[in-house]
Ligand binder design. Structure first.
Ligand SMILES: Cc1cc2nc3c(=O)[nH]c(=O)nc-3n(C[C@H](O)[C@H](O)[C@H](O)COP(=O)(O)O)c2cc1C
Length: 192
């Protein structure tokens, strides 16, 4: 296995973060990976907003937490080692106190959602390769369709045509690395 594949296989979602901020050098390297993700039609449509404002991240994290009715009954348990908001209803912010929150937007056109998620995946893998914890939050469009979310979008200078699709949350991991989750069988079908 080469190093890139090894990083992809060993990457874990991190939800426990140290309070200290990641360095600008690390952040810029991670953003570079996001900007170089595959993009539909070569359009490079995605825009990444980086928020390192603790108060804003807390507000946004609460909005994200409440934007959708998430219950364990619907989704099952996500992680006993690093509980998600689905596992523990007492967690009030969907960002778990992480110091850096990225929001990825694009305008409707050719494959807006695909572009945003391709960037997000590059970002989480790049982060892991640098020892930085990350995870993806897909429940993003609903967050920015609230009145408060729309105001935050406007504050960032993105007109209403831009649609948010995904957050990526970043910070130095705190505590033990989550253990390996075995892959389910039968998820690959060969047709030769
Ligand atoms: C589309 C998408 C949405 C996700 N949304 C959330 C989320 O809202 N909150 C969260 O804590 N993790 C979220 N995750 C992370 C998953 O819970 C995590 O990837 C999954 O449990 C597998 O764990 P692993 O990434 O360590 O392999 C999301 C992942 C994806 C791909």
């Amino acid at each position: 296995m080469n190093q890139v594949i090894d990083t992809m296989v060993k990457r874990r979602t991190i939800r426990k973060f140290k309070a200290d901020q990641i360095s600008d050098e690390e952040l810029n390297a991670i953003l570079e990976a996001g900007l170089h993700a595959p993009n539909a039609g070569g359009g490079q449509s995605s825009i990444i907003v980086v928020s390192q404002n603790a108060e804003l991240n807390e507000r946004l994290g609460k909005l994200s937490r409440n934007a959708e009715n998430i219950t364990g009954a619907r989704m099952g348990r996500v992680s006993s080692e690093q509980p998600s908001i689905i596992d523990d209803e007492s967690i009030k912010s969907a960002f778990y106190g992480a110091p850096t929150v990225l929001t990825i937007f694009a305008k409707p056109g050719y494959n807006l959602t695909g572009d945003c998620f391709a960037a997000a995946e590059n970002i989480v893998v790049a982060a892991w390769s640098l020892g930085i914890g990350a995870y993806i939050v897909g429940r993003c469009a609903k967050t920015f369709s609230t009145e408060e979310g729309a105001k935050i979008q406007e504050m960032w200078g993105l007109d209403g045509e831009f649609e948010a699709r995904v957050h990526v949350v970043l910070g130095y991991p705190d505590g033990k690395e989550p253990s390996y989750k075995p892959r389910k069988d039968g998820r690959v079908i060969f047709s030769k």
